[in-house]
Design a protein around this ligand. Structure first.
Ligand SMILES: [Zn+2]
Length: 139
């Protein structure tokens, strides 16, 4: 296992466990490094882990190769009696819930779209391997 390229910036709150490079791109395997999380409903901190789940997200390219971030995140119990939430998923700065792109990749895509004509943005995205990343369904 090689060391992670220095120019890949991990997102706060996660630990990079491994990464592998193939002709199609780079897959980064990460997991949450948090020991607790704040309930989004009552804003109280929970130390009671419920379970884990895996999210797959497209991230900024590295050396022109698409990056797939495979993130093992946690679900937590909220035990506060007045909270309407019993189980919640932890949040990461830079990853919006229910999005398939990291916020920083989404920002890059929006900047491309807004700074070019639609035709130019389409040509640019097709020419750049980074924007053609797809999440493999086999994982
Ligand atoms: Zn709560």
């Amino acid at each position: 296992m090689d060391t992670l390229p220095a120019f890949y910036e991990p997102i706060d709150g996660m630990h990079i466990a491994a990464w592998q490079e193939s002709p199609e791109g780079i897959e980064v395997i990460a997991f949450s490094s948090r020991k607790s999380a704040v309930c989004p409903q009552c804003h109280r901190r929970s130390h009671n882990k419920h379970s884990r789940y895996v999210r797959m997200l497209r991230d900024l390219p590295v050396s022109g190769k698409p990056v797939i971030l495979v993130l093992q995140a946690n679900k937590w119990f909220c035990l506060h009696p007045f909270s309407s939430v019993r189980v919640f998923t932890e949040r990461f700065e830079g990853i919006s819930s229910s999005k398939r792109n990291t916020d920083r990749l989404q920002l890059l895509l929006q900047e491309l779209a807004f700074s070019m004509s639609a035709k130019a943005a389409e040509r640019c995205s097709k020419a750049s391997v980074c924007l053609q990343a797809t999440i493999p369904f086999s994982i």
